[in-house]
Each structure stands twice: as structure tokens, then as C-alpha cells.
Design a protein around this ligand. Structure first.
Ligand code: ADP
Ligand code: ADP
Length: 218
């Protein structure tokens, strides 16, 4: 579960996120919908402790990110496809990530299999397509087998096949009982992905409802 209470972020005069309060429940995909610049990334970064709130708190499984005993085993995130080291193989990148987070090495081949990258695990990840880079990012997010997963615009730039694959994968994670929050600026995409929607505009909450109800009201 993710709980936001009055989460606020100001950059100078800009209020990127204003008094956001909502709860993301396990067992379903929750879409985080809003136009570009609405504050979705800033919110996700604060949940992950990458950005300090001006006010309010974000809790993951009841704790702030920096209070988690095992961050990578509690929450996984796919924020940016370009995080991969250009001169490392997919496997060695994940082995490094596992080692630096106290996760068993055996888990690396498991997550490579989960995301369908076993065949190319020895190849330089710098040469991966966007779709493959996203899968590698996903593998990293899954390393610790976390209950909570955050995806920031994960299908941006992917071809239809890649979009479908990521969508199904997120839905499967939710069906396993995990908490899944995925951001997008497209209602059409969220309509096919998420059961629940949290909608923001200019950093403020606009709606927190089932996707069906949001579409019927729109
Ligand atoms: P979204 O992810 O919904 O596109 P962002 O969270 O990236 O929105 O941005 C929300 C607002 O905060 C925008 O007005 C953006 O320009 C501003 N913003 C984001 N990051 C910074 C930053 N590091 N410094 C200044 N302004 C920022
Ligand atoms: P501890 O507090 O001792 O880390 P855990 O139950 O979290 O207790 O972990 C016990 C062992 O299992 C550790 O050696 C850890 O590396 C391993 N482990 C925990 N979670 C995972 C995981 N998701 N994948 C692989 N190994 C794991």
C-alpha cells in the first residue's frame, strides 16, 4: 500500500505538487493520470525518497522510504529507461544491483527469465532497444520481489507489441496481490491498463475513482 498525506512540493514559485492525499491499494493496477507537467514524476520521486517534500508525507507499507529496512525488497520502480550502464551486460548490471542490495545472486537469472531477457543476458545492455531497456529496468525493479511497484510512463515510445507486453505484466503483478501505480498522460492507455485512477492536474487531485466511473462521468 502507498499512502500520501498532504504531499506538497514547491520549486521556487512553482507548486509542482499541492496537498496530495490518496491511497494506492494492493491487488489492482492504479493509474496515475495527468497531462505533462501535472506533477506525476515529482510525486513518484518523493514516494521513492529521491525528492524531499516541502510538506506532507508519502508512506510505503506504512513507512517513509528512508525508514524502510529493505528498500529494494519493499518497493521497485521503473522511472527511466536510460539508467543502464552502457558498457555492461544485462546480467552483470543486475548482479551488481543485487550485490549492492544484499539480494541473492540466484535471483538475477530468475528475474531475467521473468522479463524474457534470458537469451540476451550476456549482451551489452547499451545496445538494447527501448523495449528491451524497459524490460531490463523492470528486471531491476523485480530483483527484491517487492510488494509495491511504481512505473513512470512505462510505455512511452514503445511499439504496440511492447505496450501490450508491459501492460499485461503490470496487470499480472497486481493480480498477484501487489500494489501497482503507473503514470500516464493518456486516458486511452489507462482505460486499458488500470482498474482505479488517481487523476491530477497542476499538482492537485482531480479524481480518485474507478476507471469505469471516471470514463462514464467524462
Ligand atoms: P509530470 O511527471 O506530470 O509530467 P513533473 O512532476 O515532471 O510532471 O513536473 C511538475 C512541475 O514541476 C512542472 O511544472 C515542472 O516544470 C516542475 N518541475 C519538475 N521538476 C523540477 C525541478 N527539478 N526544478 C524545477 N521545476 C521542476
Ligand atoms: P534479513 O533481515 O536477514 O535480510 P530477509 O528475510 O529479508 O531477512 O532475507 C533473508 C535472506 O534471503 C537474505 O540472505 C536475503 O539476501 C535473501 N532474500 C530476501 N529476499 C530476497 C529476494 N527477493 N530475492 C532473493 N533473495 C532474497
Amino acid at each position: 500500500m502507498i499512502e500520501l498525506r498532504g504531499l506538497t512540493k514547491h520549486y521556487g514559485q512553482t507548486a509542482a505538487v499541492q496537498d496530495l492525499s490518496f491511497t494506492v491499494r494492493p491487488g489492482q493496477v492504479t493509474g496515475f493520470l495527468g497531462p505533462n507537467g501535472a506533477g506525476k514524476s515529482t510525486t513518484m520521486r518523493m514516494i521513492l525518497g529521491l525528492d524531499k517534500p516541502t510538506a506532507g508525507t508519502a508512506l510505503i507499507q506504512g513507512k517513509q522510504y528512508h525508514e524502510l529496512d529493505h528498500p529494494l525488497r519493499t518497493v521497485g520502480a521503473l522511472l527511466d529507461a536510460k539508467w543502464v550502464h552502457p558498457n555492461r551486460s544485462a546480467r552483470s548490471h543486475l548482479q551488481w544491483l543485487a550485490a549492492s542490495n544484499g539480494i541473492a545472486k540466484s535471483r538475477v537469472d530468475e528475474v531475467l527469465r521473468l522479463v524474457g531477457l534470458s537469451e540476451v543476458a550476456g549482451k551489452n545492455a547499451g545496445g538494447f532497444s527501448l523495449g528491451m531497456s524497459q524490460r531490463l529496468g523492470l528486471a531491476g525493479a523485480l530483483l527484491g520481489d517487492p510488494e509495491v511497484l511504481l512505473f513512470d510512463e512505462p510505455v512511452n515510445g514503445l511499439d504496440p507489441e511492447g505496450i501490450l507486453w508491459i501492460r499485461r505484466f503490470m496487470q499480472r503483478l497486481a493480480a498477484e496481490g501487489r500494489t501497482v501505480l503507473v503514470s500516464s498522460h493518456l486516458l486511452s492507455e489507462m482505460a486499458q491498463t488500470a482498474e482505479h485512477l488517481v487523476v491530477i492536474g497542476r499538482g492537485q487531485l482531480i479524481a480518485d475513482t474507478t476507471t469505469r466511473e471516471f470514463i462514464e462521468r467524462a
